[in-house]
Structure formats: C-alpha cells, structure tokens
Design a protein around this ligand. Structure first.
Ligand code: R5P
Length: 315
C-alpha cells in the first residue's frame, strides 16, 4: 500500500496507543476529542487524513462511550477521505454476549460488529476475543492476535517444573490447551464452572490431577474476579502447589483487585495492558502487548502475514 500510515488514539487507553506509536518510531496523529456539558462526545482530526492508511486505537470496555467514541472516530475519518480505516481494538467489549442463550436477549457482540462496519471500518485488529468464532460476525478482514506470544515467554522464564495448565471453564479449554503445549506439553486441567446468576461463579468439579503441581490458570479476562479466585481456591484444596494466573484483559470491576490480593491460593497474576489498571496490588504484574500490535500494524500496512507471528498451537 502506498499511502502514509497514521495512528490515532481514542481516550480509553492512550498510553497503550502511545506505546504502539513509539514501537513504530512514529508520533500519534492529532485528534481533538471533547465532551459537551451534557456528556455528548465531539471528535475532530486536527490534521489531514485524506488518502491515509489510518489505525484508530481504542479498547471498548465500559462505559459504552468508549465504543461510541471509536465509532465517531471511524465516521470522521471516512468523511475526511482516509484511504483505509482499521479499528485497533486491544480489548473488544461486549464479546461475551455472543449468542442467544436465553429467549429475548440481544446478541450484542454481533450488534457491535455491525456498528463498526456501518461506521466505515475496513479492517479490525484485536486480541484474545472471548470466543474466536466472533470473527464470523464481521464481513471485513479481522486479524486476531494472541497475547500468549508475549506471556508464555514470561512463564517460561519462571522455570516452573511439574506444571499443569487449568482452564477455569469449558469455554477456555482451547486457550489452555495451547498454553499447555507451549509450556512443553504440560498437563491440562478443566474446571467445571456454573453461573447461578450474572457475575456469580460456582466451581462444581475439577477434571484432572493437580496434586503437588504448579498450576497456571489461563483465561481471556477477569471481570469481578469471582471465576478466577474460586478456581484458584478449588485447585488449592485439591493439593496444587503454586498457583499462577495469566489473563489477557484486566476488566477488574467491583472489588476484583481486592479479591485477588486477598486470595491465599493465588501466588501471582500476570495481565496485559489492553485495559489500563485503575487499581493495582503486589500480586498483579502487567506485561505489555503494544509491541505485538505495532508489529501487526506494520505487517498489515506492508501486506505481510500476521499468522506467522504466532505459535502453531494457537488458532
Ligand atoms: C467467561 O467465560 C470468561 O472467560 C471469564 O472467565 C469470566 O467472564 C470472568 O468473569 P468474572 O471475573 O466476573 O468471574
């Protein structure tokens, strides 16, 4: 592609966008984003984007203003004649509402996909979607990145032996299996979880042996922390030795950070910077995946393969 590359940041995670720009030896492009006194958003590109290969970086965690801001940045870029508009969405919010699991509910992940395309996005780059099948909700190209290419290196450096990788629910088995493979064919353990109501998780069974093992719990995200902490406690009761968590998106609502800090079972939790942390504690360590996004943007611009960035265990 001959057009120039520009990167702009929405307001949800500007530090992450800056890290991407730095890794690409570029500056962020100038955009003004303000709120009217009633809260409505207003956006304006402060420089020419005509004919540009434009990458708009915005994670869409709550509030929905983050999504709205992204849609408006796409719309403004389309009206300003950007040549190609890529929505770079490190954390894709609403992904958990991906099916009609009970009568009369919305499939909001599909709605968000429709909105992005309707606003004018030509491509999407995102990471560790709640379910990879969400890619099918888009009729435009979507590049799905895996945080594991960064996080596994950190886990390997810990030099853990006698390792089992645990999926905190059946939906997480594929991701856990990929981690187990990358950690030298570690054992796979599945936690059978039930949700009696929204945001409440109950561990029913543990499938697999964790006695005296160092267990790595892998998940796409932590929201209230209920799933993760209960899973760690249940594994500890079954005789697990050290328990280490690795998750991609630290949504961390309510008292999640306190729950993690207070969990005696959990030794350490690694998270990425797709969502900025509002709170922190000594157990939580952040690993940056901005360099991976920078590489994906460079490769997209140059029409090079992105899948070759990842271990074949993924995907
Ligand atoms: C569920 O399928 C997800 O992968 C997470 O395990 C879940 O959304 C975490 O939610 P919470 O932290 O509120 O238990």
């Amino acid at each position: 592609m001959n057009s120039d590359v520009k990167i702009v940041a929405g307001r949800s995670n500007p530090d992450f966008a800056l890290k991407i720009a730095r890794a690409m030896n570029r500056e962020l492009s100038q955009v003004a984003i303000r709120n009217f006194s009633d809260g409505e958003i207003w956006v304006k590109y402060e420089e020419n984007v005509r004919g540009v290969d434009l990458y708009i970086v915005q994670s869409t965690f709550a509030p929905s203003d983050n999504l709205m801001e992204l849609l408006m940045l796409i719309d403004a870029a389309k009206r300003a004649s950007a040549r190609r508009i890529t929505a770079v969405i490190p954390y894709f919010g609403y992904a958990r509402q991906d099916r009609k699991d009970q009568p009369r509910v919305a499939i909001t992940a599909k709605l968000v996909a429709n909105l992005l395309v309707e606003a004018g996005a030509n491509r999407v780059i995102t990471m560790d979607l709640h379910t990879p099948q969400l890619q099918g909700f888009f009729d435009i190209p979507l590049d799905h990145l895996y945080a594991s290419s960064v996080t596994v290196r950190t886990l390997q450096a810990l030099g853990l032996t006698n390792v089992a990788v645990a999926a905190p629910d059946v939906g997480g088995v594929k991701q856990a299996r990929a981690y187990a493979k990358m950690l030298g064919d570690a054992d796979l353990v599945v936690v059978d979880k039930r949700r009696p109501k929204h945001n409440v998780a109950e561990v029913m069974n543990i499938i697999g042996d964790v006695d005296a093992k160092n267990v790595v719990i892998v998940d796409d995200l932590i929201d209230t922390g209920s799933t993760f902490v209960q899973c760690a406690e249940a594994l500890k009761k079954q005789g697990a030795n050290h328990i280490i968590g690795v998750i991609t998106h630290p949504v961390f609502s309510g008292s999640a950070v306190q729950k993690i800090g207070a969990s005696e079972a959990l030794t350490k939790l690694y998270v990425t910077d797709t969502i900025p942390l509002r709170e922190h504690n000594h157990k939580i360590e952040v690993m940056s995946v901005a360099g991976l996004f920078a590489e994906a943007i460079n490769r997209t611009h140059d029409n090079q393969s992105i899948s070759s960035l990842f271990d074949k265990s993924q995907g």
